[in-house]
Ligand binder design. Structure first.
Ligand code: ADP
Length: 571
């Protein structure tokens, strides 16, 4: 009986059917890991791709590759004649399905759709003769019982021809697609990588068979699994391409899998019990360590993903906020512009009425009109501040720098506020340096606006005593110091005064009007001159000091800027 016939020199001592000692040990090292790795990675990608057609095809490629390699392993190690012969006969099936699925996969990848029925039919027709002639002499011409080796029949010429045709077809559709997509460079690179990866994988498998056959050196079959390197490379590429899962995780899993299969394959060589036990312990250790490693990596990836989600959401919210902020600034800018014209008109008419241009004004009306004039002025200032804020935020403030003496500028402002101080029973003094300061290169209107707001504040927030405005120079800077005997500044409020819309509770109680914009605008103006502005106070009711420091040599001047009429200081 054929079944009980043993191949020469082989004893079925391994797993009852095999004799691993016949096979060169290199083979076990090259084949076993390839089989295990390809099977698991194929399975993994299929599951992770949620059983998409591409995922399934990839698994089919891995499966047929694993079967093809396993079939060779059986041929090398089986101790009985019949299964060996059967294995020889079945070889074309695995080989051709590997080619068939690879071509199918490339097609689906490139065309992003399933192949048409007719295309599948053409390919099946190519394979049909092979299937039909599988059990014939055309496949295995004769089987040498003494050597346990078959001789290939003429069908193999056809098989090799069909395989080369498939490789050429893959290259052809790959190049066609590559030429067609000119614009998308990254997709082009993907197509190139895929075509090269798959065709090299197939070509190496093909060569390992053809060369083994022609030279009768079956050891050449060992190069077959090298094709797996390209296959793996392509898989790695797909993993990155689809971002189906973290590449680091894949790396760790592949590593553990490789280690796992290497140790597994070493079982075949473990000659004695002690070695087997040692290997078993190592094997177990690898499993436990691998499991921990992968689990912790998965956790980390999950956390990273969650963090990414949160930061994406934050970035989106931030974008939205920026948009809203811009809209707000635009709104303020438009509204202020619209408000300014009627306010100027009101101011003009009241002035005319007060001057008596429309007849004599009775004292009661005069009184009311004075108040309307003051309120209108305050409103004009507020609108001006709002406009300045929107210009600062849009980066549209323009400065016209000119050599200016600081003392007359300050004196003019002090004069201007003299009436206000008097009406509130407050003193308003000025201290100028004995020796005139050199000219400063400043935008006089902007600096006037800053100083006038601070003098205005000092009179607003002082009940008794008064304000002293002094000008001094030294250390390359000129200083304007406005000190008062007013409500002072609490330490916790000092830092915030120069921010937008900041008003302390105490000041709001004392003076209801004011938007908290003057100091913010002032700080921006002074800093644009390369200067500094800050506040000092010894505490509540101890008075305040505001210091403006301007450098004699302005490092921030932009030559050639000219002031727009709309930005001229009206106060
Ligand atoms: P506004 O005076 O319109 O409120 P400012 O920006 O000019 O706006 O001032 C911001 C805040 O700084 C004021 O509301 C007040 O709380 C505080 N402040 C300014 N000047 C003085 C001062 N001389 N004494 C005490 N507090 C002051």
């Amino acid at each position: 009986m054929l079944t009980v016939l043993l191949c020469p020199d082989s004893i079925p001592k391994d797993f009852y059917f095999f004799d691993f000692s016949i096979a060169p040990s290199l083979m076990l090292y090259s084949y076993v890991p390839a089989i295990i790795a390809s099977f698991f990675i194929g399975l993994f990608v299929m599951v992770k791709s949620k059983f998409s057609l591409q995922g399934k095809l990839l698994f089919a490629i891995s499966l047929s590759f694993a079967a093809w390699v396993l079939n060779y392993l059986i041929q090398w190690t089986i101790a009985y004649v019949t299964p060996d012969f059967l294995s020889w006969q079945l070889t074309p099936i695995f080989m051709l399905s590997m080619f068939f699925f690879s071509a199918y996969f490339v097609y689906v990848f490139l065309e992003k759709k399933d192949a048409s029925l007719s295309l599948k039919l053409y390919f099946s027709l190519l394979f049909l003769p092979v299937i039909l002639l599988l059990p014939s002499r055309y496949n295995i011409n004769y089987f040498n019982l003494t050597a346990c080796e078959g001789a290939a029949g003429n069908l193999w010429i056809y098989i090799y021809f069909v395989e080369i045709l498939v490789i050429l077809w893959v290259i052809f559709i790959g190049i066609k697609k590559y030429i067609k997509i000119k614009s998308d460079r990254s997709y082009r690179r993907e197509v190139l990588l895929l075509t090269i990866g798959i065709s090299l994988f197939l070509l190496i498998s093909w060569l390992s068979d053809v060369l083994g056959e022609w030279t009768n050196q079956y050891q050449l079959n060992f190069i077959g699994p090298i094709g797996m390197t390209f296959f793996m490379g392509m898989l790695a590429f797909l993993i990155v391409r689809y971002k189906a899962f973290d590449i680091k995780l894949i790396g760790a899993q592949a590593l553990i899998m490789a280690q796992f299969s290497l140790i597994g394959s070493m079982f075949f060589f473990a000659q004695n019990r002690t070695n087997q036990i040692l290997l078993g312990v190592t094997f177990l250790g690898t499993i436990i360590m691998g499991w921990y490693l992968i689990r912790s990596m998965k956790k980390e990836i999950k956390r990273k993903e969650e963090l990414q989600k949160i930061s994406d959401a934050l970035a989106m919210a931030n974008e939205r906020l920026k948009e809203l902020d811009l809209q707000k600034s635009e709104f303020i800018s438009i509204a202020s512009h619209q408000l300014r014209t009627p306010l100027t008109a009101i101011k003009g008419y009241i002035s005319l009425v007060l001057e008596g241009s429309y007849g004599k004004v009775p004292p009661t009306i005069q009184d009311v009109l004075d108040k309307v004039y003051t309120v209108n002025n305050r409103l004009t200032h507020l609108v001006e501040d709002l406009l300045n804020v929107s210009r600062i935020e849009a980066g549209r403030i323009q400065y016209s720098f000119a050599p200016t003496h600081l003392e007359p500028l300050v004196a003019e402002l002090v004069d201007m506020f003299a009436m206000t101080a008097k009406s509130k029973n407050l003193s308003l003094k000025m201290q100028l340096p004995k020796v005139a300061l050199p000219e400063l290169l400043i935008d006089p209107n902007k600096i006037k606006e800053v100083v006038s707001n601070i003098i205005d504040n000092s009179l607003k927030y002082t009940k008794e005593g008064g304000t002293t405005v002094s000008v001094e120079g030294g250390d390359g800077v000129a200083r304007v110091i406005i000190s008062d005997t007013g409500i002072g500044i609490l330490p916790e409020n000092k830092g915030k005064l120069f921010e937008k819309f900041t008003r302390s509770k105490e000041t709001t109680k004392m003076v209801a009007s004011g938007a908290g914009l003057g100091l913010y605008v002032g700080k921006n103006f002074v800093e644009a001159h390369g200067g500094k502005i800050w506040a000092e106070s010894d505490g509540a009711d101890k008075g305040s000091r505001f210091i403006i420091e301007l450098p004699f040599v302005n490092p921030k001047i932009h030559a050639g800027t000219s002031d727009q009429p709309s930005q001229k200081n009206e106060g």
